[in-house]
Design a protein around this ligand. Structure first.
Ligand SMILES: [Zn+2]
Length: 62
């Protein structure tokens, strides 16, 4: 089960389901959105960039 926080749920309901919570751009097939440990959707590239504050933040599947 993957966890989505209440702010992200509101974003989803506002049609921002495919909009990165970190940079505001849409997810793409090349750089899809993933969930962070605190429940936001962000580009996978943020979680794999050591210079990003979101490095390593991708939510682990339980
Ligand atoms: Zn982004």
């Amino acid at each position: 089960m993957r966890w989505i926080n209440s702010r992200q749920q509101k974003r989803d309901h506002n049609g921002q389901r495919n909009t990165c919570a970190a940079c505001g751009h849409d997810g793409t097939t090349h750089d899809p959105l993933v969930l962070t440990g605190d429940g936001f959707r962000v580009h996978r590239s943020h979680t794999t960039d050591p210079k990003s504050g979101l490095y390593g933040a991708e939510q682990r599947r339980s």
